[in-house]
Design a binder for this molecule. Structure first.
Ligand code: SF4
Length: 382
């Protein structure tokens, strides 16, 4: 029951997911106790170091430039800003900082050099450092590892079949290739997905097949419930029920016994009791901070109150793996190669929210007319 298997089939996973709930919970909680301390939960802080304006078309994401959401973009944060936020996160119980940039892929150059410096800085604060920067080459993964990166996040999002219904600007195989590139280093892999995007149960099982058959399995698997953001193609999706979330967490725990299963986006829609059941079902990691990149998240004080109620302690950094060493930029073995890999651009297309796009255009036009009128009036007054 507790062995790590890499040959799970979709049918087996569906059978687990659809078990009577009490049996499912019992099995998941039993496996959880064999591999983890049930009273410890990892706390990660997700920082958006470069927000918005992304060229990709992930249908759930308000940061995609094409979707006209209310997200305001900003340039890459400075190393000092990131250090200040990391120190704040550490003081409120986070052991890990995950830095997210709204990029299709990493490009060698000054911005990537700046991210490498952020990795060095946070590792020196004795916190686990994770990055989610889009697709990376092997050389870029090695440079991140050398800087002291602990984990790289690259979600599979859904099953291979459903992936193309949600994203058209890159292929599922690109995701796998990036994970493979990260695996050529000592950096751990964080990869999970989102439920509630209109997928079938078979797709949830398909995603778990894709993740659990990786060898080794990802050290960390975030399970997100879609936060349907106005202006994105998935804005009208119904919220995921807590029961679906509990089933998904429990099934993930059973098929990936050693992995840290993270309750990620969608926690604001969950009650304390619902979150407690997810912890019982095997979730042992959360994202902290009032924002998850751009979507809302519970306040860290609320999380700590819940931990107190449940007798749960935040996990210490480097509990699962030793802290990586940081090599300074001047001593680096790897140079920027300026590679331009041919990531795929599949031909299929997904439904865009043309109505919202038009509404946003109309609003911008009206705003411009008002601005012009105001400046005309002011110049007449003068
Ligand atoms: S999920 Fe990432 S890659 Fe996709 S649109 Fe959002 S920021 Fe870009």
């Amino acid at each position: 029951m507790s062995e790590v298997r890499h040959n799970w089939t979709k049918e087996e996973i569906l059978n687990i997911y659809n078990k009577p709930l009490m049996e499912l919970l019992y099995d998941a909680a039993t496996i959880h106790r064999l591999h983890h301390d049930p009273n410890t939960v990892q706390v990660s802080t997700l920082l958006s170091i470069k927000t918005g304006g992304c060229s990709e078309d992930c249908g759930y994401c308000p940061q995609a430039a094409r979707y006209h959401t209310s997200v305001e973009g900003n340039d890459l944060m400075s190393v000092q800003q990131v250090k200040a936020q990391a120190l704040r996160a550490k003081s409120t119980g986070s052991s890990r900082v995950c830095m997210g940039a709204a990029w299709r892929n990493v490009k060698d150059g000054p911005e990537f050099d700046q991210v490498l410096e952020m990795v060095r800085t946070i590792n020196k604060l004795d916190m686990e450092v994770c990055c989610t920067l889009g697709m990376v080459t092997e050389n870029q993964a090695k440079r991140l590892a050398e800087a002291g990166l602990y984990a790289y996040n690259h979600n599979l999002d859904s099953s291979e079949e459903y992936y193309k219904e949600v994203i058209s600007t890159r292929g599922f195989e690109d995701r796998l290739e990036t994970i493979d590139n990260v695996r050529k280093t000592n950096v751990t892999v964080c990869s999970g997905g989102i439920i509630g995007m209109g997928e079938k149960l078979e797709d949830r099982a398909g995603m778990l097949v894709a993740l659990s058959t990786l060898n080794p399995q990802p050290e960390s698997v975030p399970i997100n419930a879609l936060v349907a953001v106005e202006g994105t193609p998935l804005e009208d999706e119904e919220p995921v029920s807590i029961w679906e979330m509990i089933r998904m967490v429990a099934t993930t725990r059973i098929v990936m016994p050693e992995t840290q299963v993270r309750l990620s986006a969608g926690r604001t829609q969950m009650s304390q009791e619902g979150q407690a059941m997810c912890f019982f079902a095997g979730a042992n990691s959360i994202f902290a901070g009032d924002k998850l990149l751009t979507t809302p998240n519970p306040d860290v004080n609320e999380d700590m109150k819940l931990f107190g109620l449940l007798g749960v302690n935040p996990q210490k950094p480097f509990t699962k793996k030793v802290q990586p060493q940081t090599v300074e930029a001047a001593d680096s073995k790897y140079e920027a190669l300026g590679e331009k890999p041919k990531w795929t651009r599949p031909e299929h297309s997904i439904e865009r929210n043309e109505q919202k796009k038009q509404e946003a255009k109309d609003i911008r036009k009206q705003e411009k007319q008002i601005k012009d009128l105001v400046s005309e009036t002011e110049s007449v007054k003068k």
